[in-house]
Design a protein around this ligand. Sequence first.
Ligand SMILES: C[S@@+](CC[C@H](N)C(=O)[O-])C[C@H]1O[C@@H](n2cnc3c(N)ncnc32)[C@H](O)[C@@H]1O
Length: 470
Amino acid sequence: MTGIPVFLSAEKHHILIVGATSAAMAKLGLFSATPARISVIAPGASAAVKEAGLDAATTGHTGLSIIDRAFAEDDLVGKTLVYIATDDQFAEERALRLANGRGLPVNVVDQPAKSNFTTPAQFARGPIQVAFSSGGAAPVFVRRLRSSLEKLLPPSLGTVAAAAGTARDRVKNLIPDATRRRLFWDRLFDNAGQYADLAEADVERLIVDAARNHRMGATSGQVQLVGAGPGDPDLLTIKAHRALQQADVIVYDNLVSRDVLALARRDADLVFVGKREGDHGIGQDGINKLIVERALAGQRVVRLKGGDPLLFARAGEELAALRAHDVHVEVIPGISAFQGIAATTQIPLTDREYSSSLTLVTGHLKDGSYKDWARLAGEGRTLAVYMGVKNAGSISAGLIGEGVPAKTPVAVVENGTRATERRFYGTLEGLADLVQQNSVKSPALLLIGDVVRNAADLNIADRADLLATA
Ligand SMILES: C[S@@+](CC[C@H](N)C(=O)[O-])C[C@H]1O[C@@H](n2cnc3c(N)ncnc32)[C@H](O)[C@@H]1O
């Protein structure tokens, strides 16, 4: 770490800005939002400040002095922070030399090599201030980081944070237990969106009411059933990301990608409950018991599931177990495999010409067969088969046997949205061979229907083949 991050108490500082350039005005704009005293010194400073709409009459800043002349040594007296942003080379060098001579923190804007401190990229949500720096090494990355965090922290959080500060002592009296109080605040900030557009006093009243109810409520923690998406961590929802960052324990299985797990809070307890070769894991009953127990112990539990938690994910059993024990549950949806794969293959799942319906089925069939294949696929329909790799042969035979055209296009996509994604195309009659010859492994999804012809990576010849065979 080459920088020392500190937050200076603005009201105790007097900032000198040497220059009237647009960079100087940007600094003035930044600090005008604080109670720091600010002096701007440069020929033409008044006109520049007025033009930028940063004069005291416009901003209401009471500690602003604007001096329309060249910088002089005495201007440094009483200043605690110096910014130099002037076009005048001579003035820049002189101000820098004199400020350094006095041991003052000095920043020559956009010239880190000449400065002894830098101003971080930043944003604020009420009393919460977030600042970032890469020490000038990767400003684009820092900007991206800021923008991702800005999205994670909704603007309403500022009002909630301010109201939370005022209500803090009352909440402490209402919920004296520190763990329960942390849970209360976590839940409150999670749902900051519901306070959007409310005045701070109203939010404060609601917070105290919520604390009163929380005191009277169950002592349990909570469980969030969270969709991890198909693998690409960028497909995680902002809410899911936040849940991963706040969890005490994350209960996950095979389908959750490493990249998604890497986003978990560093000291969260990661519990794998999937199956590994030769080991069947703790089973569904074991998982139900585990999440109930952890929640009743007051922990924030994330039950992380691949794709969407409510699709082919045995969520019903987990929800029933949690409800039976009165545990607070929240479901955070995820991008399901069919959506992620539609995006990577660029196959529109419905299409004015080819398909007006989409059916999702599991290919993991107890007796290997559906009763009514003909209703699942065929002309004008798209079928997505989850867990269908092992039964690809019986699925294709079942569909063809009930009249679905043997030449219906199919796509088989393994590890969809991950760096290891593989895509194969063919026809329904060749589905089993397609899977076998390419040694397709789980997780893989089968897409069956005329829409497959629209896949982006089918070359013209392949597409013509599929059209010809249809
Ligand atoms: C138990 S189901 C879970 C489905 C998940 N809840 C969802 O919404 O995507 C597992 C099946 O989902 C499909 N699947 C999940 N992730 C996948 C991926 N990244 N690529 C291809 N198929 C995937 C496969 O068919 C896999 O066998």
